[in-house]
Design a protein around this ligand. Structure first.
Ligand code: UFG
Length: 333
């Protein structure tokens, strides 16, 4: 049985990947400091509660487990926070990736899957954006991830026979496990769909809509929302590719088309049945107007086929999860 070490395995995306790895018969070990993750979310394998900054613990855990591959999710992920507190992002994202890679090299671990982001593109000249587009991030979040991608590219170029990686550039990940066991469970969520649904539940008095004067049809930003289970499948496909000898590569993870903030809000109101208040405010710093993925590369090379390319399904699964998550968070990690 192949062994996979997952940083951030108790987090939102990491936990959905742990689920598909466990279901596919891999042996999983999660490593998570529980700063935003939850112990109950890691459905398969053991969980070591630890920080990537704790090098002795990280080294010891990896040395004992002897994984065939490392999947690296643990990171900070909020664009606005990265603008306000850039050093946090360069430490949590870039420096922690560097330290993890040093340990991975010391222990001769050959396969690495990295959570990157569409934010590395900044404001692309053409959308849907291809993997070959220039990387010109417009916020520290995107810059911190671009630097990590650079580390990976240089490392695999230096050691092509003993280190290969796949970087997956996520677009807007949303929704929850179709089985209702896990989903987004941050204590202070900032993402649009989660904020909208929590507003519908009455947890916030209103939803702020950031910017209505973008150069888009309805003036609000356009994003490519991808269901978290489809993203988890993409990781499984990337893992099989690497373990089968695939070369280092980078893939977009999105559906190739987008929805505006207004469209998302309207659907969230319809699905929840609540006409919650929306307040239109200034643009949020660091937000590109429109970001959608070209997804032909991942479909061709990794044979990835999305199962939930449907915004209604995505929001419905998130809404079902929202009804449960409050209780989960109250009961503690
Ligand atoms: N938005 C609102 N109100 C909110 C929350 C969000 O209007 O309460 C808007 C944002 O301004 C943006 C859109 O909804 O236009 C989506 O925002 P999210 O915070 O849900 O997601 P982001 O687009 O900021 O972030 C995502 C991913 C990143 C990726 C980034 C690229 O989480 O990994 O897109 O910009 F890098």
């Amino acid at each position: 049985m192949k062994k996979i070490f997952v940083t951030g395995g108790a987090g939102y995306i990491g936990s959905h990947v742990v689920k598909v790895l466990g279901e596919a018969g891999y042996e999983v070990l999660s490593y998570d400091n529980l700063s935003t993750g939850n112990r109950w979310a890691a459905l398969y394998g053991d969980l070591v509660v630890g920080d990537l900054g704790d090098r002795p613990l990280l080294f010891d855990t990896l040395r004992r487990f002897e994984p065939d591959a490392v999947m690296h999710f643990a990171a900070s992920i909020e664009v606005a926070e990265s603008v306000a507190n850039p050093l946090k992002y360069y430490r949590n994202n870039t420096l922690n990736a560097l330290q993890l890679l040093e340990v991975v090299r010391e222990l001769s671990i050959a396969h690495f899957i990295f959570s990157s982001t569409a934010a590395v593109y900044g404001i692309p000249e053409t959308i849907p954006v291809a993997e070959t587009a220039p990387l010109l991030p417009i916020n520290p979040y995107g810059a911190s991830k671009r630097m990590s991608e650079q580390l990976l590219a240089d490392l695999s170029q230096a050691h092509p026979d003993s280190f290969r990686y796949v970087a997956l550039r996520y677009f807007n990940v949303a929704g929850a496990d179709a089985g209702g066991r896990i989903g987004q469970a941050y204590r202070n969520p900032t993402h649009l769909i989660t904020r909208a649904l929590k507003t519908a539940r009455g947890l916030y008095p209103s939803l702020q809509l950031f910017g209505n004067d973008y150069p888009t049809d309805d003036g609000t930003c356009i994003r490519d929302y991808i269901h978290v289970d489809d993203l988890a499948d993409a990781h499984l496909a990337a893992l099989r590719y690497l373990l089968d000898g695939g070369l280092s590569d980078i893939f977009n993870c999105g559906y190739g088309h987008g929805y505006s903030v207004r469209e998302v809000i309207d659907l969230a109101k319809k699905i929840s049945g609540v006409d919650f208040p929306v307040v239109e405010v200034e643009r949020r710093e660091g937000d590109p107007p429109a970001l959608t993925a070209r997804s032909d590369k991942i479909k061709e090379l990794l044979s990835w086929q999305p199962r939930h390319d449907n915004l209604e399904f995505i929001i419905r699964s998130a809404w079902q999860w929202e009804q449960k998550v409050g209780e989960r968070l109250k009961s503690g990690a």
